[in-house]
Design a protein around this ligand. Structure first.
Ligand code: IPE
Ligand code: MG
Length: 245
């Protein structure tokens, strides 16, 4: 396997974690066990990213559309992390990972919201990887929220319509403090964006793998990073050597 170039790592990786259900089905297990394994995998992959010195990892845990799933499955997804996070609270507080939550907060069960907010508060000064959990997140919702904020500022006279530019939008998204997205990974062989980070993806490199999320381990991450390092990112320009005098 090629060597990873530590100087060419992405600063910001996002993952659409997919395939928990199929992983469980393959093993003749209930879907919930797939979600459980998937949750532990977020921890493992976050630790690897942190060790590599990657600054931002943003993972899509639950979308604004996932509420359509059977009530029992949604209940499990909303309840299981509470137990887990309470159990590992000390470990998380003692690590260097900073945890952030983005998405709608008004529809989450109160007890989950409380645990998540505690995590955010108690890790906010951590200097390692920023791990963002997107929960009840949808890109349409994020953009609608940003537009409402911008319009309100215009109505209050704090901003003029002529001043609105790309940075105005970027700086009103949930990810406003984050560096641009470099790499998006989607597991489980689906080739969709599914309402995730639509604005932020403009110049991200995309990486799709058939591996199901619970099987996406350190080796799989290395494959994705090596693939990323082979990409030629031109951001709409051309290569330096192709410039003619
Ligand atoms: C991803 O796994 C987890 C969530 C979206 C909550 P899925 O639950 O979508 O797994 P599949 O697609 O059914 O295999
Ligand atoms: Mg799925």
């Amino acid at each position: 396997m090629d060597e990873l170039d530590k100087n060419k790592l992405p600063h910001h990786i996002a993952i659409i974690l997919d395939g928990n259900g199929r992983w469980a089905k393959k093993k003749l297990l209930p879907r919930n066990l797939g979600h459980r394994k998937g949750a532990f995998n977020i921890r493992d992959i976050a630790n690897v990213c942190n060790q590599l010195g990657i600054s931002y990892l943003t993972v899509f845990c639950f979308s604004t559309e996932n509420w359509k799933r059977p009530k029992k499955e949604v209940e499990f997804i909303m309840k299981a992390p509470i137990q887990y996070l309470n159990k590992y609270r000390k470990k998380i507080y003692n690590s260097s990972i900073r945890i952030k939550i983005i998405g709608r907060r008004d529809r989450l069960p109160q007890d989950l919201l409380q645990v998540l907010q505690d995590l955010e508060e108690n890790t906010q000064s951590h200097g390692g990887l920023t791990l963002t959990l997107c929960i009840d997140y949808g890109s349409y919702d994020e953009i609608v929220t940003a537009v409402k904020e911008i319009v309100t500022e215009v109505q209050k006279g704090q901003l003029s319509v002529d001043e609105i530019n790309e940075d105005t939008i970027t700086s009103h998204l949930f990810t406003k403090e984050y560096p641009p997205l470099d790499l998006l990974i989607r597991t489980s062989g689906e080739y969709r964006i599914s309402n995730f980070l639509l604005w932020q993806l403009a110049y991200a490199e995309l990486y799709f793998t058939d591996t199901l999320w619970p099987d996406f381990d350190e080796k799989e991450l290395m494959k994705a990073l090596l693939d990323y390092q082979k990409r030629n990112r031109r951001f709409g320009g051309i290569n330096h050597e192709d410039h003619q005098n």
